[in-house]
Ligand binder design. Structure first.
Ligand code: B3K
Ligand code: ZN
Length: 862
């Protein structure tokens, strides 16, 4: 018996894996029997696999494995020689079919990275995607090895629930107060979908009858005492199951569906077959502790993970470069779910904001990659807004081009061809093409070209012929060391309105050339609504006049286009004032802009949720994305000025509408009311009494948090007192404390860094918990831009110190909160130099994780 500790710390500089190097697996594992004897410091894992050689060759068996102590390796029951190096176990001269037994010991209690088997608040749980299974046992840890699992879990009876994928087939008692359970998953799956949970929970149970009349047991497991907060998650699950049947004709395939909510989780949730593990943030909700946005987020993430059962689990990815195959498609599906059961326009606006505020920045930064990346150092760094959200936009474009019927025919063919397989993005597009007859050859470039295509549009009107013409140019910016980008296939949705706001033309154009023109017969010069509903993930350049935007904001057929016009109106006002500041002129705002926002307040019939979106002015992040280089100080001042001036100019209407909305008890009206409150806090008066009154009388978290946010945003004199009151009231409710930490992080005071440093000692804060870290520290860098970008560099240094600490504790979270530090290309030379200095400190760390290394080194190489 040999005992060898395998370490995951690379001795050499991390190297990239490349899509071009893909080779099929040398060995397949059709069956695996896994057995766990759970102990915090030394869990014994016995893995008995049936292994078959894939094709004719004599290459050794190479398995992935990290952070385990090997106790036994047997081939067909006999001891065997093996080598171990760099996270691999190698056995030479294996037969073409054999049984491999590997016994290892792991330490869940010492696992702070939250990958593999770890402990969350006393419960055992797992996270295997992308490459965490190799921390549980030695295995070919790649998604194209599909295996039938049998799992046996042994634990003390203090852990009453012993869960794994599939169906429970046996359970019973053992000696010394222990017990066991055995699970069998009939569907072959890649190891990233394996899950195990052992703990004591409250359990909410329900059932769902599928369209073929099969009864599925539904279970939601939550921490003790939280049962009353699990009902919305359960209702959302049932809604999602019904929706997938009606819209996609997809039915659930096991007899049981389990969701376990844990407090320590690196991301939102995980779609393990039959046993989803969720961050509590996306399960627990009641009116007192969760906002309307939280309720919406839960419904959407519960849906997302459920939809993965077909798009991800039944058909999975051949390799991790194909991640968008399952993620882009599943985000598209969850967006459609939210849109079908809620407001389509508002959901579309949220998706557009993610693209414009975050994805465009990623595309323009050092981590820019196509939705199907070609080179990866640490896979966890590629669960990005590009793969997920741009990936969903690419699926949406196919939906737009093919129509619902053509798209569904494509989905049907995709499942007919590939159910039970691990496939590529190309396989998906091919199914869409074959089912619809639409040539998607050029469209495939969306998968291989990084960067945001830019559409520059100019127009002209020939009064004599009554012809309006749009000249469209497309260009995807080429970066250093990149091949020239070819034109992509862009669905370009256009509406033309007359100046009274009547719709003249509403059409889907297809832009495929570098330069293309489109002509329309119309009587007079129309107002064009271009790229309606963000019909493609591109940047649009068209010089809208204020008059045109006012027509669109009031009359475009698409509610999303009306919102887009409001965003452009606001943005133009900001940029005009940035120029004034740079020219040392006083700032000013045209009264027509104030009038346009006043009209939103006075509008009687517009959906309140849409009005709210129009009043939630563009963030500084989204403004930064509109230009190639930005004077940050001028931007912050100009944005504040425009917001304050609108608030002052509309104060009477704001107050009147606010009062009117207080009696309306629904999420859309609350959203409108609270967007107004935020503006009232900015007006010269400050409206502190109103803020205080809402805070005191709020019946739910939406209104209470909105009042507190208004106090923080308006720097109200009651701010710290309200923060204190709220913090005391909710000190024992971690998810509410996250909201509180986030507001603390957005305080505009010059000494906010001291505040955040002190809060790291708060009893509710812990560096080990990703939700806390993201709320207090991640939020500072992504939301409090004026303080993060302080000219003295102290904001950058603060974040750098946090990343240094997390680098060893939880590299995945460290790399994730690092994003604001690597997107510096648009800033002034001084700030860039300060940031680069910080990144160099990270590069110089003695035990740098691959996660942080990949991002820091790419940023410094630009
Ligand atoms: N598939 C998981 C994400 C796993 C992230 C690994 N770093 C959740 C989801 O997208 O549904
Ligand atoms: Zn997903």
């Amino acid at each position: 018996m040999s005992e060898n500790q395998v370490s995951s710390t690379a001795t050499t500089q991390p190297t990239a894996k490349r899509l071009a190097d893909y080779l099929p697996p040398d060995y397949l594992v059709p069956e695996l029997a896994l057995s766990f004897r759970l102990q915090p410091e030394a869990t014994r894992v016995t893995a008995v696999s049936k292994i078959t050689r894939n094709g004719e060759h004599s290459r050794p068996l190479v398995l992935d494995g990290e952070q385990q102590t090997i106790q036994q390796v047997l081939v067909n029951g006999n001891d065997v020689a093996f080598e171990q190096a760099e996270g691999k176990l190698v056995i030479n001269n294996v037969p073409s079919e054999f049984e491999l037994t590997v016994v290892t010991a792991i330490s869940p209690a010492a696992n702070s990275s939250l990958e593999g088997l770890y402990m969350s608040d006393g419960a055992y749980c797992t996270q295997c995607e992308a490459e965490g299974f190799r921390r549980i046992t030695f295995f070919p840890d790649r998604p194209d090895v599909l295996t039938c699992y049998q799992v046996r879990i042994e634990a003390p009876k203090e852990f009453p629930f012993l869960l794994s994928n599939g169906n429970k087939v046996e359970e019973g008692s053992l000696a010394d107060g222990w017990h066991y359970a055995c699970w069998q998953d009939p569907f072959p799956k890649p190891c990233y979908l394996f899950a195990l949970v052992a703990g004591d929970f409250d359990l909410l149970e329900d059932s769902f009858t599928t369209k073929t009349q099969r009864d599925v047991k539904l279970q939601v497991f939550v921490d003790k005492g939280n049962l009353n907060k699990a009902h919305h998650a359960m209702a959302s699950l049932k809604k999602a199951m019904a929706w997938d049947e009606s819209r996609f004709d997809l039915e659930y395939d096991l007899d049981i569906y389990m969701i376990v909510a844990v407090d320590f989780f690196n991301m939102g949730a995980m779609e393990n077959k039959g046993l989803n593990v969720f961050n509590t943030k996306y399960v627990l909700a009641d009116e007192q502790t969760a906002t309307d946005d939280d309720f919406h987020g839960i419904e959407s993430v519960i849906g997302h993970e459920y939809f993965h059962n077909w798009t991800g689990n039944r058909v999975t990815c051949r390799d991790w470069f194909q991640l968008s195959l399952k993620e882009g498609l599943t985000v598209f599906r969850d967006q459609e779910f939210s849109s079908d059961v809620g407001s389509r326009a508002v959901n579309r606006i949220h998706a557009i904001k993610v693209m414009k505020n975050h994805q465009f920045a990623e595309d323009a930064g050092p981590m820019s990659h196509p939705i199907r990346p070609e080179e990866v150092i640490e896979m966890n760094n590629f669960y990005t807004v590009t793969v997920y959200d741009k990936g969903a936009e690419v699926i949406r474009m196919m939906h737009t081009l093919l129509g619902e019927q053509g798209f569904q025919a494509g989905m049907k063919l995709y499942f007919e061809r590939h159910d039970g397989q691990a496939v590529t993005c190309d396989d998906f597009v091919q199914a869409m093409q074959d089912a619809s007859g639409k040539d998607l050859t050029q469209f495939r470039r969306w998968y291989s070209q990084a960067g945001t295509p830019e559409l520059t549009v100019s127009d002209s009107f020939d009064a004599a012929k009554g012809i309006y013409r749009l000249d469209v140019k497309q260009l995807t910016p080429q970066r250093a060391n990149e091949a020239a980008k070819l034109p992509v296939h862009i669905p370009f949705s256009v509406e033309l309105l007359d100046t009274e706001g009547n719709s003249l033309v509403n059409q889907l154009l297809e832009v495929t050339e570098a330069e293309q023109s489109f002509e329309f017969s119309v009587a007079g010069v129309p107002v064009p609504s271009l790229l309606q509903d963000f019909s493609a993930p591109v940047k649009l350049h068209y010089q809208y006049s204020t008059a045109q935007l006012l027509v669109l904001m009031g009359f475009a057929s698409s509610e999303v286009a009306r919102w887009e016009a409001s965003v452009s109106l606001f943005s133009q006002a900001v940029w005009q004032n940035v120029v004034r500041l740079q020219q040392h002129q006083p700032m000013s705002l045209d009264s027509s802009v104030i009038d346009a926002f006043r009209a939103v307040l006075l509008h009687e019939s517009q959906d309140h949720a849409l009005s709210a979106e129009m009043l939630k002015f563009p963030t500084a992040n989204s403004l930064i994305e509109q230009l190639d280089s930005v004077d940050l100080d001028a931007l912050f001042s100009a944005r504040d000025f425009v917001m304050d001036t609108i608030a002052d100019g509309c104060e009477d209407e704001l107050l009147a509408r606010y009062r009117d909305l207080t009696s309306q008890d629904n999420p859309a009206s609350r959203s409108f009311k609270n967007a107004i409150l935020l503006l009232l806090a900015r007006s010269a008066d400050g409206n502190e009494a109103l803020i205080q009154a809402q805070f005191d009388s709020a019946v739910g978290m939406t209104d209470s948090l909105a009042a507190l946010s208004a106090a923080v945003a308006g720097d109200a004199s009651c701010r710290d007192e309200l923060l204190q009151q709220f913090g005391t009231q909710w000190q024992d409710t971690p998810l509410v404390m996250d909201k509180w930490f986030m507001l603390q992080a957005s305080v505009s005071d010059d000494d906010v860094i001291n505040r955040l440093t002190a809060l790291q000692q708060h009893p509710a804060f812990s560096f080990n918990n990703p939700n806390r870290v993201r709320s207090l520290l991640g939020a500072f860098a992504s939301v409090n831009l004026p303080q993060f970008h302080r000219a003295d560099g102290s904001g950058y240094q603060f974040l750098t110190d946090v990343i240094k600490k997390l680098n060893s504790l939880n590299p995945q979270v460290a790399a994730r909160i690092m994003t604001p530090l690597i997107q510096f290309g648009k800033f002034d030379a001084q700030r860039q130099a300060l940031i680069k200095g910080c990144l160099q400190q990270l590069i110089d760390l003695p035990e740098l994780s691959r996660d942080v290394y990949e991002k820091a080194s790419k940023a410094l190489a630009v």
